[in-house]
Design a binder for this molecule. Sequence first.
Ligand SMILES: Nc1nc2c(c(=O)[nH]1)N[C@H]1C(S)=C(S)[C@@H](COP(=O)(O)OP(=O)(O)OC[C@H]3O[C@@H](n4cnc5c(=O)[nH]c(N)nc54)[C@H](O)[C@@H]3O)O[C@H]1N2
Ligand SMILES: Nc1nc2c(c(=O)[nH]1)N[C@H]1C(S)=C(S)[C@@H](COP(=O)(O)OP(=O)(O)OC[C@H]3O[C@@H](n4cnc5c(=O)[nH]c(N)nc54)[C@H](O)[C@@H]3O)O[C@H]1N2
Ligand code: SF4
Ligand SMILES: [Mo]
Length: 716
Amino acid sequence: MTATVEKKTFCGICEASCGLIATVQADRVLGLRPDPDHPASRGFACSKGVQFHTVVTDPDRVLYPMRRLPDGSFARASWCEAFDDIGARLRRVQREHGNRSIGVLWGNPIAWNYAAAVTVVGLAAALETKHHYASASIDVNNYWAAAHIMYGATGVNPLPDFADTHFALILGANPVVSHGSLVTTGRIRDVLLDIPARGGKVVVVDPRRTETAKLFEHVPIRPGADPWLLGAMLGVMFEEDLIDQHAVRTQITGIDGLRELARHFDLDTAAARTGIDALTITRLARDMAAAPGACAYGRCGASLGKFSTLTKFLLDSLSVVTGNFDRRGGMVLGDPMADIEGFAELLGVSGRGRWHTRVEDVPEVNGQAPLACLAKEITTPGRGQLRALIAMSSNVVTSGPGSLETATALDTLDLMVSLDPYITETSRHAHWILPPTLWLEREQMPAFTQAQSTVPNAQWVRPVIPARGQTRDDWWIVDRLARELGVVPSPVPGAQWLGKLGVRIPPSVSVDLLTRLGRHGDLFGLRPHGINRRKLLDHQGAIKLADHCPTGVLGKKIHTRDGRIQVSSPEMLSETRRLAAPDPAESEYPLRLFSIRELRSHNSWLHNVPKLMTGLRKCRAKMHPDDAAAAGVHDRDLVSITSPWGHIEVPVEVTEEVFAGCLGLTQGWGHAGTWSTAMAAGGMSYNQLTPTDAREIDLPSGNAYFNGIPVVVSAR
Ligand SMILES: Nc1nc2c(c(=O)[nH]1)N[C@H]1C(S)=C(S)[C@@H](COP(=O)(O)OP(=O)(O)OC[C@H]3O[C@@H](n4cnc5c(=O)[nH]c(N)nc54)[C@H](O)[C@@H]3O)O[C@H]1N2
Ligand SMILES: Nc1nc2c(c(=O)[nH]1)N[C@H]1C(S)=C(S)[C@@H](COP(=O)(O)OP(=O)(O)OC[C@H]3O[C@@H](n4cnc5c(=O)[nH]c(N)nc54)[C@H](O)[C@@H]3O)O[C@H]1N2
Ligand code: SF4
Ligand SMILES: [Mo]
């Protein structure tokens, strides 16, 4: 029998990026367990991470290039056949319509796939296409827009310093289940529980009494009403002179403009809109201002509403005006092993509003167009119409707004290529599905999450096992497609010219260069203790770079002209005015819909793992008993949910867990394709109910609108 070996790696599923130890025998992973020595995750991993080897061996996994046949089924082909056919089709589109009618789309798993990220962004840049879509526009682009307004760059992501805080406002996040997002704090549940244990306070603002809310003070809120709460809290701070004058003198520009904006948030109106009484709003403002260190953190509940840039602007303003920015126990700035964001800023990849989309005139963010615009960019004729799409690790039909509209539009493309391990409700529309390696099978470094870890650390790992079947690394596939098009997938000036001389710099080399020249890098030997790719690959596990993020770095980390945080914004004032307009949908659609993430799901794609699907795992709505009585529906009934944009039918659970006037709905269900376990689970897509109309999404960022959707429920 072959001996077993242990290899350290990290989990590439969610932003916790937990350290793992794999037990490997020959080409197989026998088991995965948490790495107790990982400086951030410290011996924690969840059921998804430790089951991932079963995804690698999933019998439904796509292991060979697959060509779609006229009847919609797929047949195995060779890589040569795939590249010959795709290349010919791509070149036809290129010849007839130009590079700008070719698009790329990439989804959430790319955050752990640094080489693919660098290559696909490079391909979009090389094609100079505006058809560059990513899951950021159904997730975080409002955060980047707010950062652009306040800190002068889209890539600045202030992190809540939970480990040292005395007051944490958690707005629309459920870290006990999600394990943290836009912040990587290992063992986040324990770190949060330590806050009250040392005399501090955690307040969770959420329409549902979530797994996180149950552990702390829960303040229920009507979905979509968050800017009212935050604006009114700011109003109290100005009214009661709770503004930190030291911060005003040293860090802030435009405090008078912010005071002016806060006047629009009258306390009584805020109470009526949010469902939170004026006394509670006042108390929250006072508690936050009085705490020795306080942070205001929000995630999907805050970033998937209709006014999400304004929400994030107000949220960060609370930390800024109370003197909690760039300070221990407040909001801190990350200390990455490789400053990819800084480099993107330098290259001009980052930015906002430099151009607008063709059909609906929506501003770009970081060179990307919103996914809400995708379907109309495919179906609206004219110069620049999207005709060929290369989609990687994206299940946009389920995860993006307007599921049905997107699915129909994809079928009209001249060419769609999907890089995906499954035939899904999205990839089944592709002419070709190309099989990628999964994270246990490729070299990886946590490109995205290393920049947001509250315990700065570095890790770069070799593949744990060889690639199965004919799978190839995503970056390699994208590079091959770029070769078919005759371009070098890189945003670096001179790359196309070097390419003509036959020089292509692989992502492992370019990211290593950034690492070596960075704050912790070895400077090519000048700093002998510094890090580089080779050293990290040879090291077992992660290396701690510091105990916590540095403070007093504001001047170096933000990019505004005067080096100070801008809190006065005409754009945000205009959003505030728009917010105040009455909601026309109020009477016809009495409930406000919001999304529910589940512990053993990951967005739309871990429903094919049998061990994660045991128990009562299914798509369902959650409704308060009063609302159920008013609608005449009962626990476990199949109900109709109708929004102005669509209609679905799902079972309902009647529970006091949700705030009256709201309707929770699990997201990421309703599968099609050939992933059998996922399909057997049934359900319908949340996003059949959400809008693609550019007037309905967050205006400053083009981010999708998923939470706070007006709906009506009826018995079926
Ligand atoms: N209603 C509603 N909609 C939402 C949300 C919500 O809260 N409510 N949340 C939004 C958020 S925050 C996000 S991030 C998006 C996520 O939406 P997407 O970006 O579409 O991501 P997933 O749904 O996770 O789907 C990932 C796809 O990648 C494939 N995949 C997995 N690993 C790999 C790999 O290594 N290589 C390749 N090539 N493919 C891989 C999977 O099979 C799957 O098809 O959904 C958004 N949609
Ligand atoms: N287990 C698990 N972990 C995940 C994922 C997953 O699918 N499953 N997905 C990953 C991804 S891509 C992301 S982006 C993160 C997300 O990380 P989180 O944002 O922490 O996760 P969510 O569960 O979406 O939490 C959002 C919370 O906002 C609440 N909410 C909804 N609407 C509103 C609103 O209008 N206002 C307020 N105040 N609250 C509202 C919801 O009830 C929910 O509790 O999780 C990541 N981790
Ligand atoms: S918490 Fe996230 S990163 Fe950690 S093991 Fe679970 S899925 Fe993986
Ligand atoms: Mo996300």
